[in-house]
Design a binder for this molecule. Structure first.
Ligand code: PHB
Length: 249
């Protein structure tokens, strides 16, 4: 693929354009996109135009740009995330009925917890997770489970820091975190009070596919809630999801 004068390929430049969209910034003008990519304005505008023509970006009547449905369609087609989400959803709904709080499914993606699904209850407490949003692995209950079961090189890279304090109670010491990860592997679940925000407690368990941990299933409870029922519901759901995944490929 043709390289620009700065040496980055066309694919790099397209990715830079797409990467300007975040869970908080879903609509932008072409000028804002161009400024955020750091690419020459003419080149960024051309790429935005081409991506709109291809349906990967969409332009609304006010000329603002958002990610296109076609991108969503292509991304989901045959993706392992879709298979996982489909296997998990009925069991997440059971957790939801029992616990009546937020229930999430997350995978490890580039050393962060990426959320594939979130179910909420009308009376549920605070929760900062978003579908297609990310949380740091050392601070969220899902992330801690994923980190505990990650390949050792990934675990070591995260433990090497920096381990940012997201809330006052986020564990930021590598030795303490390492010991926590060992406990998570031994116990099969984590309870993380106040780790992401002071008002909530995350509870998470691993989900295995043919023996390998591929996701974390979690609930977010109001800070001082009892956790035993949530742990039991999550462990039951994880076992049921694993059974369904083992039947499929
Ligand atoms: C967690 O997984 O620990 C967690 C996630 C979102 C929150 C609170 C806790 O809002």
């Amino acid at each position: 693929m043709a390289n620009s004068r700065s040496g980055d390929s066309m694919t790099d430049r397209i990715v830079r354009v797409l990467d300007t969209f975040t869970t908080e910034r879903t609509m932008q003008t072409a000028t804002e996109i161009a400024a955020r990519t750091g690419l020459p304005a003419s080149s960024a505008h051309r790429i935005v135009g081409d991506l709109v023509a291809a349906g990967l970006l969409e332009r609304d009547e006010d000329n603002r740009i958002r990610l296109g449905m076609r991108l969503w369609e292509l991304a989901l087609r045959g993706s392992s995330a879709l298979r996982l989400r489909q296997a998990a959803l009925p069991h997440m709904e059971r957790v939801q009925t029992l616990i009546r709080e937020h229930t999430q499914l997350a995978v490890l993606e580039h050393e962060e917890a990426l959320f594939l699904e979130r179910l909420s209850h009308p009376d549920a407490g605070a929760n900062i997770t978003r579908v297609a949003g990310r949380l740091p692995v050392h601070a969220s209950s899902s992330g801690l489970v994923l980190l505990a079961h990650a390949d050792p090189p990934i675990r070591e890279r995260v433990l090497a820091g920096p381990l940012r304090a997201v809330a006052r109670e986020t564990v930021t010491g590598a030795a303490t975190l390492r010991a926590m990860l060992t406990t998570i592997r031994r116990r099969g679940y984590v309870v993380a009070p106040g780790s992401i925000e002071a008002v909530s407690t995350g509870v998470a368990v691993p989900v295995r596919d043919h023996g390998e941990v591929v996701a974390a299933l979690s609930v977010v409870l109001p800070r001082d809630s009892a956790t035993a029922a949530a742990i039991d519901a999550l462990l039951d759901a994880a076992r049921a999801i694993e059974k369904d995944l083992n039947r499929s490929r």
